[in-house]
Design a protein around this ligand. Sequence first.
Ligand SMILES: C[S@@+](CC[C@H](N)C(=O)[O-])C[C@H]1O[C@@H](n2cnc3c(N)ncnc32)[C@H](O)[C@@H]1O
Length: 281
Amino acid sequence: MGGTAFKTQLLKWVGNKQRQAPEIIRHFPSRFGTYFEPFLGSGGVLGVLAPRLGVASDAFEPLIEIWRTLGSKPSQVKDWYAGRHALILEHGKEGAYARVLESYNRSPNGADLLFLCRACYGGVVRFRKVDGYMSTPCGVHDPISPDSFNKRVDLWAERTKGTKFVHADFSEVMSQAKPGDLVYCDPPYADSQAILYGAQAFSLRRLFDCIADCRARGVHVALSIDGSKYSGAKLCELPIPPGLFKQERFIELGRSMLKRFQMDGRSLEDHEVSDRLLLTY
Ligand SMILES: C[S@@+](CC[C@H](N)C(=O)[O-])C[C@H]1O[C@@H](n2cnc3c(N)ncnc32)[C@H](O)[C@@H]1O
């Protein structure tokens, strides 16, 4: 298993945890069976951990299509990226982006999402609430070259070769965990990420019920919670059932990209946040 610094990212995703992953992993039990990550996103913790046996899932289907393909046919993922990157030569960056975005919004799919998440503004993939259209504009940066992307695919395919990727709601996958397994949850943050990830409803209360079931079966659960929820008056809004968690740890985050994006680059000095990690063990 991994746990040391592995900084190369395959996807750009809101709430990516790769930078904090070594610190998060430090608090995992020293031994566990299968590793479950039911809110996979860009898999920041999965990539750093590189578990021997894993089940990684997300409710967002186009995203899981990328991961599944990485597992079954990495060359396809390379082709997807190279094909769309090649449009830049012909149409310029903005033109290429507009074409891929249009194709994605006509029919959401992993191949387009892959290019869009690498090329969009701030790596913040977000969707219009009314119709689920992806609405993020083209980024100011140049998307990485296909050569450099291919190397990332090889690294990630190697590190996730023991992991099965599943498209599912968290509850379905967490109910499969067995005694001694570990579940790491990084759910959407109800207040700061409500506009993201399309229309899926997310209920923290339902997650707490699943965590309680896991704990009762002898499954270890670690839960990342948005630190800003704990600041000042917001503390009481989290319906954490008393006694569900045994330990609580701070994980430093630094500045939040999401807030920088939403606030149009205004100063964020007062927005330093730290996540918390709640542990059932
Ligand atoms: C904060 S992000 C996870 C970020 C991840 N740790 C990373 O490093 O990129 C939360 C993820 O939960 C997913 N999600 C939202 N509702 C869900 C649900 N009901 N079941 C499973 N996944 C869900 C979203 O699609 C999103 O990818």
